[in-house]
Write a protein that binds this ligand. Structure first.
Ligand code: HEC
Length: 102
């Protein structure tokens, strides 16, 4: 019985490890999304085209939890467009993971 419990624990751990990459944010995919939807304003590698736009290369606005950034990107703000409906939450999470590499 103990052996069986141990075996189940090992299997559960393996299943968790195998499933993790799918669930984790995909920075490379996030970069593609950034270059499609965000680069026009936020610029190459997060350096904005205009000083009124946050500079992600300097870490502007990035001292927030992912959940807060997700909400801001979904709803937009003034000139910042809302991406709800255009990008899925997973795609927005991927973009946030990319912003965190800048
Ligand atoms: C039309 C220009 C434009 C585009 C396109 C754009 N943004 Fe923005 N973004 C802005 C501006 C302007 C602000 C500053 C708004 C403000 O003062 O809060 C901003 C702010 C932000 C912020 C900070 C929000 C906060 O709560 O502080 C994040 C994060 C962000 N943008 C991410 C993105 C992402 C990701 C994309 C692409 C999916 C994107 N933006 C596309 C103009 C743009």
């Amino acid at each position: 019985m103990q052996k069986l419990t141990f075996l189940l624990a090992v299997l559960a751990t393996c299943a968790f490890i195998w499933s993790a990459p799918g669930a984790a944010a995909d920075r490379q995919g996030g970069r593609t999304i950034y270059e499609t939807y965000c680069i026009a304003c936020h610029g190459e590698a997060g350096r904005p085209i205009d000083p009124t736009i946050p500079n992600f290369a300097n870490g502007d606005r990035l001292f927030q939890m992912d959940s807060q950034l997700l909400e801001s990107i979904r709803t937009g703000n003034q000139t910042m467009p809302a991406f709800r409906g255009l990008l899925s939450d997973q795609e927005i999470r991927d973009v946030i993971a990319y912003l965190r590499t800048l």
